[in-house]
Design a protein. Sequence first.
Length: 644
Amino acid sequence: MKSNQAALIGLRLLAVAFLVVFVFSVRPLGAQERQKLHTTQAAPPSARVVGRLPETQIMKLALTLRLRNTDQLKGALQELYSPGSPNYRNFLSADQFTEEFGPTVDDYQKVIAFVTAHGLTVTRTTPNRVVLDISGPVASVEEAFQLTMHTYQHPTESRIFHAPDVEPSLDADIPIQGITGLNDFEPPRPLGLHYATKDEITRTNQTGSGPDGFFLGSDMRAAYYGGTALTGAGQAVGLFEFGPYNLSDVQAYFSFINQPLNVPIVNVLIDGANPTCGAGCDDGEEVIDIEQAISMAPGLSAVIVYEGGFDVDMFNQMATDNIAKQLSCSFGFLPADPSSDEPIFTEFAAQGQNLFVASGDGGAYFGNPTDCQNFSNLSGCIFYPTDDPLITAVGGTNLTTNGPGGSWQSETGWIGSGGGFSTNGFAIPSYQVPVINSSNQGSTALRNIPDVAAEANTDNFFCANGGCFLGVGGTSLAARRWAGFLALANEQAGGEPVGSLNPTIYALGQSSNYDSEFHDITSGDNFNSGSPDLFTAVTGYDLVSGWGSPNGQGLLNALGPAFSGPNFSLTASPSTVLLSQGTTGSTAISLSPVNSFTGTAALRVSVLGSPAGVSASINPTSITGTGPATLTISTASDTPGGDF
């Protein structure tokens, strides 16, 4: 962070309106115009109705409000990502984004008044006023949004799902644009975690540092970074996780490989999420994600694990916290719901946050977009948000290194790397248009994935589910590795974030320095039974590996040249404060000058996730010289959830 920045410290706290129908050609006096939302929540016409949801059954929904001043926001983003602009990378704070582009207080109150008038209860509000959580009986939901909640037979699975018969509608002056929770057609599923079976482990030349030559996370750091100076210090990685996990599995990994675990792991729990997995559960996705992020950037200030029930709640919490500038998600959902998520993805871009999403482990996508969007055939379909233009999709490769802990030697495309063009109907973004050609066989009309890639073969060592094992891979690991790598870039740039990567990496890929910034993957394919001849890795951009994997210091320098001006770092002693209910603790915050820094650092405390009953204060609120300042944390005697 630079001397003119405030230091943000993230610690472990780290109707139906009752209508009378008249047979007239004119609208009755006083009737309001209604807007139909395009939420993709309605069941497709081909779905077979099984019954009705009981009118008294309680539903939980998340409402997304419309952003304001969208034309100005579009212009602001253009300037933020144009290197010649005076506002280049002059990213907004969460408060600034809310003030300039978020829904107004009046907007928020209007939505609250609307839902409460229809018998629904507000269960959670958010600081940026973009998301509002509500609950209430099915009958009230049907009345408010002019729909009927049915149950349907799933077209490809032996289960029932619920969905409305039509898209929701509401009074035209209510600034809602998205609703999450009306449809449970396809619950969130992991996109990219693949366990090897015995007959899949066929490589005899594995070059990793783990047992039998399997890769450790530290091997990825050596291959893709190759240095020691950058550790991710001052940076946090935010992980989007739907399931609980056991911290003991993370600790077991670093203990088994005899490497230190110095990164605080912070849980931000939303929608009543359970933080602990318990014995006998599957926490592989969550634990492996944490292991890989920390291995790439072992000096992170924190890994923040966001857990909750709705994707919009978790993404929005990442945006309002605005602490982790590198975010990663390996879960996908159907139907795609950009009306709910894209306002948040836009806020990420405005605040300098980048979201990496695993591209999937099934190889080439071959689904018919019409079938995918109508849910009539999900084979070969992309699960959202993998193909959203506002995220960075990460594919997979096969990596060979120069021995255990050695440098990068060679790399090919991984057969499971998810690649292809959007089956959710997203148009090709402008940054991608110039690179699509007959060689890579991409679409000139639809969004193409992936954007980048990293090692994803099933030749990785891991600990999870109460033990340590050989043979895991997937684009989930690749996405976390890229998140850790971006933390190194943001650290090198003095804490000034690189921001949303796609505009930058597509420009770099078309430059004369491309080969010094990326490992261009030119061999391998992601063929499968549904797509036996698409796609193949080629020179430059392709639909197996995108632009390829990170080429160490070359890409780091291209993303954010080293900052050499006055700077500082902050440390806390102790670094972790454990509190039981009804207790208070403290830690000393000290400043370490870098490059003759002599200024004053302003301090502000953010309690991640705003857990009930937890408060924190810091005194003094600025440090001149080395400090220290005292951070005090308290918990109420009736705080739910046990120790912190």
